[in-house]
Every structure is written in structure tokens, then in C-alpha cells.
Design a protein around this ligand. Structure first.
Ligand code: GDP
Ligand code: ZN
Length: 329
């Protein structure tokens, strides 16, 4: 290729003023890696934006004739970021008394991994992840994983009704197994062309699924060790390219990056099935607990809102009130 040209790509890693940009080359996704600086942008008055370029940003880059070494010690061509395209979303972490620090831009969806066994499925935990996704305005997909550990009739009796409930709330649901490869193609198809992040407790199979979707991809372990060089690798966010296009976000625990602050988030609004009843309660500051004339509680009693979901709402409210720090880093 010509040494200097303008290309579009995605910032997949950022460190010390350098941005690693992944761009398509000759119609092939991820054909070109560039080590970029963003001096031009900083000069052009984007300085007032606290983080003009972050991982996940789509950027326009002028490729340069020079080469440098990226964070992994690989020799890559250099470039200069000319422009950052408008962000579709921003995911950040709260910094106490400071502005929000954006961790990743343009995330399209969070894929919540829940094992059906080892550990047993816990819908309250699922509801907490869903609330975090809703609070950040992100699409959520639910992946019921390790389904090889239960037989068909157990699945029908135990998991299918849960799947039906969450599908009725508008969440896309999948059943997967790394052992039998069931659902892996469907999961991969759902991630193609998008920026996704996995969320879920430890041990549910996130790393195994990542590797099944994209052979050779080793989340966390391999990567963190490679970056090294004395940086705070635990907060480093990386986008891993997917062969068919799109990226998987690698972050040590997406939970800590998601933000839930009372003054910003109305918890009841994070439950889609509550929406028709919000504003219908007798008191306009109703917290939908024991107030008389609460439309949400009445809807639950009438069977229009599932009790487990209503209980999750109350529990999250409680946990949140008692330990607000739990949801911030
Ligand atoms: P992570 O902590 O969420 O990344 O979970 P891992 O991917 O490390 O998996 C935790 C454990 O569950 C490992 O022992 C895996 O071998 C096992 N595991 C992962 N996926 C499956 C699956 O689909 N079926 C079964 N039976 N075991 C699985
Ligand atoms: Zn109410």
C-alpha cells in the first residue's frame, strides 16, 4: 500500500498517549494495525473534552511512512489520528468527586453469561447484570451456558420458563455449551460486526466461550501478561478483533466499569416491565415498596410483573442504599 493514505479504524488499545488502531485493509477486516498519536486532535480544541480519544473510538487516521513498536513489542506502522467519529455510547466508571472516566466507547451490547450449573443459575444475579446494562443504556443478551450439564427435561422444566420470561422482557436469549458447541455459531453470529463485552460471575465460562467464538483468543490471562511493562494492566481495556468483523472487549470485570449511581439512575426504569406503571402510583415519589396505591406492586400482585423480578428490584434497592460503594470501583 502507499505509505501515506487516510483510513478508518477502531482504537483497540490506548496507553501513554499512543493509540493502537485496527483498520480494514483491501476489504479485509482487521488487515492493518497502526500505532497512532493524536496531536492534531488535541490542537484542534478537543482539549476541553476530558478524554478526546478512548478505546472503542472509531477514528480517521493518516498512515505514516514511519514504523514503531506497540505495547506488545511488535513492529507496526505509525499513523496520526485526524478525527474521532461521534460515539454511539460511552461506558465509564465514576471517580469520586471527579468527572466520569470513560473506559470504552461504542460498546454495542453486553452479553451476560449465566451458567445453568456450576454455579447454579441465580436469577437475582442475572437481574443485577441486567440493571447495570439498562442503567448504561446498553443492549443486553443473555447466554445460558454449560447446558451440557443438564438433560433436556431439566432444561425444559427449569431453564425454559426463565428463558421465556426474559425473552418476553425483550432480551435476546441463547443456550450455549463449550463442551458440545451448541449455540456457539449463534453466539458468534450475534457478535459479528459489533463491539460486545461479556459479563458474568467468575467460573460461568466467559473465557471458554470467548475462545470457542474466536479460536486462539485468550481473554485476560495471556493478554495481561503480555502487556506488562509496569503499567496498571488491571485497568487496561482492549478490543479483540473477531474474524468476521467486530470486537470483543477484554476488561478485567466489566462490573467495575459499569456505573450505577442513585442520582443518575432511576432503578425502576431499569426494569422494562415496570414502565407501563411508572407514573401511575398514588405518590409521585413512590419507591414501589409499601406505599398505598403503588401501581407497580399492584401489577405484581395481579401477575403482570413476575414476583422474582419485583423482589430483585427491592433487593437491589436495599443493597444499593446500604452499600453504595459496591457499584463503584
Ligand atoms: P470464567 O471464569 O467465566 O472465564 O470461566 P471459565 O471459562 O474459566 O470456565 C470455568 C470452568 O467451567 C472451567 O473449568 C471450564 O472448563 C468450565 N466450563 C466452561 N464452559 C463450560 C461448558 O459449556 N460446559 C461445561 N461442562 N463446563 C464448562
Ligand atoms: Zn409505586
Amino acid at each position: 500500500m502507499a505509505n501515506e493514505q487516510i483510513v478508518r479504524g477502531w482504537v483497540v488499545r490506548a496507553s501513554g498517549g499512543w493509540y493502537e488502531v485496527d483498520a480494514a485493509l483491501d476489504g479485509k477486516p482487521h488487515g492493518l494495525r497502526l500505532n497512532c498519536q493524536a496531536r492534531g486532535i488535541l490542537k484542534k480544541g478537543r482539549r476541553e473534552v476530558s478524554q478526546p480519544v478512548v478505546v472503542g473510538d472509531e477514528v480517521e487516521v493518516r498512515t505514516l511512512a514511519t514504523h514503531g513498536v506497540n505495547a506488545r513489542g511488535e513492529r507496526v506502522q505509525e499513523g496520526s489520528i485526524l478525527r474521532v467519529l461521534p460515539r454511539r455510547s460511552e461506558l465509564g466508571r465514576a471517580r469520586y468527586g471527579k468527572t466520569r472516566q470513560i473506559t470504552v466507547a461504542n460498546l454495542d451490547q453486553v452479553i451476560i453469561i449465566m451458567a445453568v450449573r456450576e454455579p447454579d443459575l441465580n436469577t437475582h444475579r442475572l437481574d443485577r447484570f441486567l440493571v447495570l446494562a439498562e442503567a448504561n443504556d446498553l443492549d443486553a443478551v443473555i447466554c445460558f451456558n454449560k447446558i451440557d450439564l443438564i438433560n433436556k427435561s431439566t432444561f425444559k422444566r427449569e431453564i425454559a420458563p426463565i428463558q421465556k420470561l426474559y425473552a418476553s422482557l425483550g432480551y435476546q436469549c441463547l443456550a450455549t455449551s463449550d463442551e458440545t458447541e451448541q449455540g456457539i455459531d449463534a453466539l458468534r453470529a450475534l457478535m459479528t460486526g459489533k463491539i460486545s463485552a461479556f459479563a458474568g460471575s467468575s467460573g460461568v465460562g466467559k473465557s471458554s466461550l470467548a475462545c470457542a467464538v474466536q479460536p486462539g483468543l485468550h481473554l485476560w490471562i495471556g493478554d495481561v501478561m503480555e502487556i506488562g511493562k509496569g503499567r496498571h494492566t488491571t485497568t487496561e481495556v482492549t478490543l479483540h478483533p473477531l474474524d468476521g468483523g467486530g470486537y470483543l472487549v477484554d476488561t478485567p470485570g466489566i462490573k467495575t466499569v459499569m456505573l450505577l449511581e442513585e442520582h443518575e439512575v432511576n432503578l425502576a426504569e431499569c426494569f422494562p416491565e415496570f414502565h407501563p406503571y411508572l407514573g401511575q402510583c398514588r405518590f409521585n415519589n413512590c419507591i414501589h415498596h409499601e406505599e398505598p396505591g403503588c401501581a407497580v406492586r399492584e401489577a405484581m400482585q395481579a401477575g403482570k410483573i413476575t414476583e422474582s423480578r419485583y423482589q430483585s428490584y427491592l433487593r437491589i434497592r436495599d443493597e444499593f442504599k446500604l452499600r453504595p460503594a459496591r457499584y463503584s470501583p
